[in-house]
Design a protein. Structure first.
Lengths: 428, 419
């Protein structure tokens, strides 16, 4: 998509580009300066310890001990290198590759983790930290994939929260009743799809403002599930709200990779479905006829209509698909994480997924990375709480959201979404 | 130019940031002469007031179905439905009638109470619930009219309320001055928190939806931090709850009724919002930006300044809701939950009120009545309070789609409109 954007809107980028891109460089600079001051200037004496192995690992790795100040210096150097690279790329008018912000972010995260846990009593269990992050990110990623598809086809999807919640509720109830996880999973997809049907019907047929429908659907699904939970599920929780639970499946060779193996490849089926989903949506959107049509409808519905693509139909079915994908994310919450539904089990994950969609520039891979970042950030609290970091936890918890604002203001800024998103298409 | 242009805008269909279900080109066409009585009938049948009433009716019916199918007596009676269908019917009527009866009795008028004054106590209490919803709804509505979606009500309420609360229990100010200072502090707190997305949007184009969502979390953690430090934490306490608001700074009750000063103040806010949007030059510019930013820019309106102005004004109104919560509702010390979901409910209120000040007022009242009555219903009939939010969201959904309601009741479409 990035190539398509630059080629179709080359003139616009050329005119407004330099200032915008220099702002990206400024963000690198400011964050590097902050890292330098905090990590090196305010370095605390002592070491931070990271545990790399879980008890059942094939290869038992020793604990890694990072001295606070030295790590701070190394991270600051990496950050400076990234900033210099950004400056050079900008000078030569070259496109910023995706790995640059990723390396930058990882370096800063390592620095932050070390800084925050230097002098703490216990070691930080790294696989636990990463695994927990992935667990928190899975619903976000499914939600974000749904959001990307829906917005790419031209329907703003604020209802991700409702789709996740509907999926979580239905998945739990159906799986409890049928004692079948697969049926529960399918039911969750159907539930997400039903929410999408309402969104699509109101947005496409009745031309209601899509944001309104989305917001209202969230309230509706939340109220409905809370109501049914209190009056139906609680009195009969043994039959209606105790689904079986997906157990992790270890993938033979891959799961033996140190640190990352158990995190990524000792997971439930839903997580593997998520990997497939990210790949499929990425390839589908940018390499297939389906994706081309979908994007055409989202960017320029009139042109799509002219060449014979049914705008309403394409929107309707793709929004439904988006709902089904988000429903899977909901099922993860009630069939894999904890095998039961609780009141408002999503607790705002849909809104974070929405932020990931926009933060990820409506690109499935970038949105996934953004969702992972959010998952990591929310998990940081649990881990640092256990380890006993001397930094007030509230500020660490706040950090990802502050960084997101910085990133949205600086890195993403005026990058636009699909041109026709949010606009009903009236033929004629 | 705005002074002259305003009356023109007033005569036509009122331009609006977010008018659900209408496309902008759809102007009222010239009406051919029609028979008087028939025309009146048609206008009533196709008018938006009737549609709003019908939307409420349909939503209540769906709510009734939910109440009925989850009622234990109904479920039991339906077990032998074919043997004695009358039992099921009477069980349904009992369940629904009881629940909606309690909703009415708890939210509006209690006919069983002795005397007029005692009878309208529930309504007066509902006004207390409606007050912050109206204030925050106005804030969100002003954002909508300027083309901005402020999901950050929660954060603005938390910050505004925290500032108001801090002034309310820590500054040694005399009498009414204390209350005024706390209220103004609340408004400023809300304005400040809303200014951040406004400035970022104007300066960098950062999407206000993301920034306001993020600021909700930041406000929450910021408040949590301060509630765990002596800044806000009650002295000698180790739970994250603030000290109680000083009696000076509490909104006084009016004439010994459950209504406090907040309600008259919020009526003033409605008047202020109506003046701002419909009569002032600033409001005209805000609406122009909301209607079509490019056209507004061409007409010489500073779109960036208007974006910031809209968010700041929005934050002032939402900040009032925060101050009200701390100075009128939870005066015994607040925790991080004092926003009570108003930030999000206000979005529904603004949508139901179609982003017009008096519309928001009535929508807020309706939601206040629902909320207050819902508590009675939950206590008396064991019907979960959440059925209220289901009904509320359905109302908005149906009102947003006039063609759907027309289709349900087979009403004629207004002339010139599709569907």
């Amino acid at each position: 998509m990035t190539t398509l954007e630059t080629s179709t809107t080359g003139a616009v980028v050329g005119a407004a580009g330099p200032r915008r891109s220099w702002r990206v460089v400024w963000i690198y600079g400011v964050l590097t300066a902050i890292a330098l001051v905090v990590l090196v200037g305010f370095a605390r004496p002592g070491v931070a310890r990271f545990g790399l192995a879980t008890g059942s690992d094939f290869v038992q790795l020793p604990e890694v001990v990072l001295p606070g100040l030295a790590t701070g210096i190394v991270v600051a150097l990496v950050a400076i290198a990234c900033t210099v690279a950004a400056v050079l790329l900008r000078r030569r008018d070259r496109h910023q590759p995706l790995w640059l912000p990723v390396v930058f972010a990882v370096a800063l995260v390592v620095g932050l983790l070390t800084w925050a846990t230097t002098g703490a009593g216990q070691s930080v269990p790294l696989p636990g930290l990463l695994g927990g992050s992935l667990a928190l990110a899975v619903p976000l990623i499914f939600g974000a994939l749904g959001g990307v598809i829906s917005e790419r086809v031209g329907v703003v999807n604020v209802a991700i929260e409702g789709q996740l919640l509907a999926g979580a509720f239905t998945g739990a109830v159906v799986a409890s009743l049928t004692r079948s996880l697969i049926v529960g999973l399918v039911a969750a997809m159907v539930a997400g799809m039903l929410v999408s049907f309402v969104l699509a019907a109101f947005a496409i047929k009745y031309l209601v403002d899509q944001v309104i429908v989305g917001v209202v659907l969230n309230v509706l699904v939340l109220g409905l599930t809370n109501f049914l939970y209190t009056l139906v599920l609680v009195p009969a929780s043994a039959t209606l709200n105790s689904p079986p639970q997906f157990s992790p499946i270890a993938i033979p060779v891959l799961s033996a990779i140190p640190v990352l193996g158990p995190v990524l490849f000792r997971q439930t089926v839903i997580v593997y479905l998520m990997y497939l989903g990210v790949v499929a949506v990425t390839i589908g959107l940018f390499r297939t006829k389906w994706g081309l049509r979908l994007r055409a409808v989202g960017e320029h519905p009139q042109a799509a209509d002219t060449v014979g693509i049914s705008v309403g139909g394409t929107r309707f079915w793709n929004v439904s698909l988006a709902g089904a994908i988000a429903g899977l994310g909901g099922a993860y919450l009630t069939l894999a994480s904890v095998p039961s539904f609780t009141r408002d089990v999503t607790s705002g994950a849909g809104f974070i997924a929405l932020a990931a969609v926009i933060f990820g520039q409506w690109n499935p891979v970038k949105a996934t990375l953004a969702a992972l970042l959010f998952g990591f950030a929310s998990n940081l609290q649990n881990v640092l709480g256990i380890v006993g970091s001397p930094v007030p936890p509230d500020f660490l918890l706040m950090l990802p959201y502050v960084v997101t604002i910085f990133a949205v203001a600086g890195l993403v800024g005026q990058v636009r979404g699909p041109a026709a998103a949010g606009r009903p298409y009236i033929k004629g | 130019m705005t002074g002259e242009a305003l009356p023109v805008a007033e005569t036509g269909r009122e331009p609006q940031g977010l008018e659900p279900g209408q496309d902008p080109q759809q102007q009222r066409p010239e009406r051919p002469a029609e028979h008087g009585a028939r025309r009146v009938l048609r206008e009533i049948l196709s008018g938006s007031a009737l549609l709003s009433v019908l939307a409420v009716v349909v939503s209540l019916v769906i709510g009734a179905i939910l109440i009925a199918v989850t009622n234990p007596a109904v479920i039991q009676a339906s077990g032998y439905f074919f043997a004695r269908p009358g039992d099921t019917v009477s069980a349904v009527l009992n369940a629904v009638g009881g629940a909606y009866g309690s909703l009415f009795r708890g939210g509006l008028i209690d006919f069983s109470a002795v005397g007029f004054w005692a009878g309208i106590q529930p309504l007066l209490r509902s006004l207390g619930f409606a007050t912050p919803l109206i204030a925050a709804g106005l804030g969100i509505a002003i954002g909508f009219r300027a083309g901005l979606f402020n999901i950050g009500g929660q954060g603005q309420i938390l910050i505004g309320g925290a500032v108001a609360g801090w002034i309310g229990f820590s500054l040694p100010l005399p009498g009414p001055l204390h209350l005024i200072a706390a209220l103004v502090g609340g408004l400023l707190g809300g304005a400040l928190w809303a200014a951040i997305p406004g400035v970022l949007k104007a300066r960098t184009g950062a999407h206000e939806v993301i920034v306001t969502i993020m600021l909700n979390y930041i406000a929450f953690y910021l408040l949590d931090y301060f509630l765990n430090t002596p800044v806000l934490q009650a002295p000698g306490s180790n739970t994250p709850v603030s000290a109680p608001t000083a009696p000076d700074a509490v909104l006084p009750q009016l004439f010994g009724s459950p209504v406090n000063l907040g309600f008259p103040l919020v009526v003033l806010l409605v008047l202020a919002a109506a003046y701002l949007l419909d009569r002032s030059s600033l409001g005209f510019k805000l609406r122009a930006v909301g209607e079509n930013a490019s056209a507004a820019r061409t007409a010489g309106i500073d779109v960036k300044r208007m974006t910031i102005a809209a968010m700041v004004i929005s934050g002032v109104f939402v900040g009032f809701a925060g101050a009200y919560q701390v100075l009128g509702q939870t005066t015994s010390g607040f925790s991080t939950a004092f926003d009570a979901g108003i930030g999000f409910n206000a979005i529904t209120v603004a949508l139901l009120g179609r982003s017009k000040p008096w519309g928001v007022f009535w929508a807020g009242l309706l939601f206040g009545v629902f909320q207050n009555g819902g508590y009675t219903m939950q206590a008396a009939n064991a019907v979960d309070l959440n059925v209220v939010s289901v009904v509320q969201s359905l109302i908005v959904l149906f009102i947003a789609a006039p063609p759907l309601v027309r289709a349900i009741f087979r009403l004629p479409a207004p002339k010139g409109a599709r569907a």
